[in-house]
Design a binder for this molecule. Sequence first.
Ligand code: THU
Length: 519
Amino acid sequence: MKNFKRIFLIVLDSLGAGALPDADQFGDNGAHTLRSLSRSEKLFIPNLLRLGIGNIEGLEFLGKNNSPKGAVCKLAEKSNGKDSTIGHWEMAGIISAKPLPTFPDGFPDEILNEFSRITGRGVLCNKPYSGTKVIDDYGERHMLTGDLIVYTSADSVFQIAAHEEIIPLEELYRYCELARKILIGKYGVGRVIARPFVGHPGSFTRTPHRHDYSIEPPSKTMLDAIKAAGKDVISVGKIKDLFAGKGITESFATSGNAQGMEITSKIAKMNFNGLCFVNLVDFDMLYGHRQDVDGYANALTAFDKWLGEFLPQLLDDDLLIITADHGCDPSDNSTDHTREYIPLIAYGKQVLPVNLGIRTTFADIAATVVEALGTEYSCAGKSMFGELTDLRCFLKERAISAMSRSYCPYSGYKVGAALLTASGKVFTGCNIENAAYSPTICAERTAFAKAVSEGEMDFSMIAIAGGKDGVMTGACPPCGVCRQMMKEFCKPDFEIILAKPDGYELHTLEELLPLGFSL
Ligand code: THU
């Protein structure tokens, strides 16, 4: 199978596709970022709709498309968290059992004592606080004593604010590096952030010299694998930060979405070989957290407009993936992130416009990206590459998932079939047994009966998968009756795809039923 040369993986930060089944455990029952946006009059996304965003299960309210240009699915988060770091790590292959720690009551003495010992300075505040208010309230004390203002937020952050004329920048950065070294294990916050400011009591202002020190991913990600294979891993926006620089070969910082999109367009004109990993942060930072539905909708509208100019720039062996990292419903009752599915749209000249349903982990993105680039990396995700580029593979996976609906209390042998019509529709079927045995219907005939009864008569191929107790050990060729059923409706070159644990085998009807009966 042919690989892709360039992959653009664009994360629309916080664009959730509806609450996950376990959202109540995160206080996010009913959260749905995209549905909230769909209620804004500002939302106009013709390009995303053309690609098929409205065909994602549960997003039909956006508008379905009968001939989408892209492949779509939505993915569940397996990690125990809903922040950007954990979300991006999972899409790069790491599943985190625990969320990054937050400190709603401030940091424990153990940490602060050690921090004071290594910096030789006292600590002020130590609470969750607004970044501007914290300097108003503690700035003067800090100037008098030289103690450092340490504060946090609802996120997993350890922030140090200091006046640039009291603590020189280099010194503040060194304190952050020291803090980063002690904030590990159960105190391993996502980021340590230097927050320098200037001015006088009553009129302090923050300077642009903010600096983030991210925690390193706990193990190798797809980025490390792609870099180790000698390919490019280009970061646009906060990607580099989220991975603490690991596995990145080149990076472009951005001031927001507009610059992120502009840089991505420039990169598309470059001849690179590997991954361009983009994060567009405004959705989350400026609109999701601030509960600004119209602002968020305007930002997605702007992205869609940019997309209209970007898509024609893509080359034959490019793959574009548009997705998100978590939700941040702007119209729920909190400013916090929300535990949601993420939407995914894949587009490219070699990509089939298939619907890949609902996936169990963001790590399917990592598995897909590395396979598409022909790189070795193993993770918990299941690659979508085969299904995105090979129609037979796509049909085989639909047959495998139809197996799960088999009704076979007598034989315990589950069979699934997926029948493709000439017009591109898929009808699935499973075997349905009966206590009187002979009324049993095979999976293939279930699929044909469904299709014919819906007025379909023109078929191009069928995939079949089966196995005892649902475990596929080899091919499951159709029985004689099913072959005769196929002969009734299909031409001799009708393709029969037999799923196998490691691929599939291909046959034609003519091969499997020579001299079939006809009147
Ligand atoms: N079965 C099929 O679904 N398709 C075939 O072509 C062969 C057999 C089912 C029927 C029955 O429920 C089970 O497999 C065991 O015979």
